[in-house]
Design a protein around this ligand. Sequence first.
Ligand code: OOB
Length: 535
Amino acid sequence: MRGVDALDGFVPWPAEFARRYRAEGYWRGETLGAIGRTVPDPDRTALVHGDRRWSYAELDRRADRTAAGLAALGIRRGDRVLVQLPNVAELVQLSLALFRLGALPVYALAPHRMAELGHLAELTGARAYVAPDRFAGFDYRPLAAELRAANPALAHVLIVGEPGEFQALSEVDAEPLALPGPAPDDIAFFLLSGGTTGLPKLIPRTHDDYAFQLRACAEALGVDERSVYLAALPAAHNAALGCPGVLGTLAVGGTVVLSPTPSPDDAFGLITAEGVTFTTLMPPLLPVWVDLAPLLEVDLRPVLLQVGGANLQPEVAYRVMAAGCRLTHWFGMAEGVLSYTRLTDPPDVVAHTQGRPLAAADEYRVVDADGVALPPGEVGELLVRGPCTLRGYYRAPAYNAEAFTPDGFLRTGDLVRITGDGNLAVRGRIKDVINRGGEKIGATELEDHVGAHPAVRACAAVAVPDATLGEKICVYLVPRGEPVGLDELRAFLTGRGLAGYKLPDRLEVVDELPRTSVGKVDKRLLRELGAGARG
Ligand code: OOB
C-alpha cells in the first residue's frame, strides 16, 4: 500500500510523548482537511485573491471537488505531490484537497529550479507536480518537462493557468466523494528545512502537530473569525502558512488575503481595501513598510506586524513601535519550534528578544559545544523538544543521528541566551547557513555547486554583512588556472538549476583558503575578512 510507503523514513514521536501531548490537549485528533468545513458562517469570505473572493462554502466545495478529481487521477492517501505555487487561491484549494485525500504536499518555493525540484521529486518519489504557468517572469512548463523526463515516478503535471502540453489543475475536478482520509498522526505535508548541510532536508509535519501549532499561534495573537490575514510572504513557507498564517486564520473562520509579493506596491492597497488586521514580515521589509506607509497614505496601526526569520535590529523595532504599530517578534523554524513576544510585553522585550516558547510542553535547553547545559544568561546552542518540533528529517537517518540528541532534542544550530526574565534572545548561529534577509542558503549545498565548475579548485561560501538584507552571500574561490568572474559563476550556477536567491552576491578570488589548526576551512576568519573588505 502506498500510504504505508510514505511512512518509510518518518520518525514519529515516541509513544510516551504522543500520549502526553494528547493527554495535555495539545494533540486533539484533528486533521487539516477539516479546515474550512465547519465555520459559523459559510457565507463569510474565506479567501481574497485578485478579483476572486471565495466564501467558506465555495472554498469547501472546490477543495472537495479537487480531492475527488485527484482521486480519479489515481492519487491516493500517502502519495507525495510536489507543490510549487505562489500566493494564489489554488494553493489553498489544492492544499485542503490533498489534506482531505491524505496525499502529502511537498511545498517548494517559487524560485526553486531543477537542482532543488529534482532532489525533492527523487527523495519523496512524488507522483505529481503542480506549478503555475508563469510567475515572476518565469515559465514553469519547460521546467516541468525537464523534471518529468528525469523522474519517471512523476505521473502527472498539473498547471495553474495555461497548461501547454500538460493538464490544467482546474480540470482536475469531479463530484465530491467520501474519502477515507488520513489519521491525525499521519504526515500531513513536508516543508523544506532552511538550515542543513548538503542537499536540502525535508520536514514531515503531522496533522496533530500542525493543528496544534495553528491553534496555539491563533490564540497567541488573538486571531478569530473577525481577523483578516494578509499573506504577503510566500504561503508555502511555514511563517505565512501556519503561524497561524493562512491555515490558522481559516481554521478559526477569519479571512485570508493573498498578496503576490510583500512589496508595498502589492500589499498596501490590499491592507486598506480589505481591512487587514495582521500580517507576517521578514525583518528587511519592516523599515521599508513603515517609511513608505505615510507617503502612500496607508495606516499600518490597525495591522499587527509579526516579524521573524532573521535578525531584527532593535532600532528598527523601536522605530516601528514609535510609529504606533503593534509588533510581535518571533523566532521560528520550519522544523516546528516557535517562540514569540506576547502582545502585552514591554517594548524593550519586543525589540531585544524573541520572547517565550509557544507551549508549556516545549522544552528548551541551552548547551555549550560539548552539549553540557549552561546556566541561564549564558550563550549556547538551543536544543528543543516539543509537541510541534520534529523528531527526525525525512529519509535522512545518518543526518538525524547528528541533528538530534539521543533523547530527541533538535539541535537548532542557533546560538541563544535566556535572559533574566526568561526570554529567548538569538545571538548568532553555529550552523553553516547564510540568512539572506530570511531566505536560508546552506553553505555546503552552494559550495558543492560552485565546486563543480571546472575552473574551481576550492571554495567556501560565507555570510557577509549587508545593511538592507542583514547578510549576503560571499564565495571565496581558489581558481584552477584562469579565474572565474562573478557573472560567469552566477550563470554557471543558474545553468545547474540552482534557485536565484542562492546565487553569490560577491566573489573573492584567493590563492588558498585559510585553515584552522585541524585543517578545516576557517570560515570565521573568512567572515571577518568579508566583513572588513568593502563589498
Ligand atoms: C523561519 O523558519 P526557517 O525554517 O526558514 O528558518 C529557521 C532559522 C532559525 O534556525 C534561525 O537561524 C533563523 O531562521 N531565525 C532567526 C529568527 N527566526 C528565525 N534568526 C534571528 N532572529 C529571529 N527572530 O525563519 C520562521 C518560521 C516560522 C516563523 C518565523 C520564522
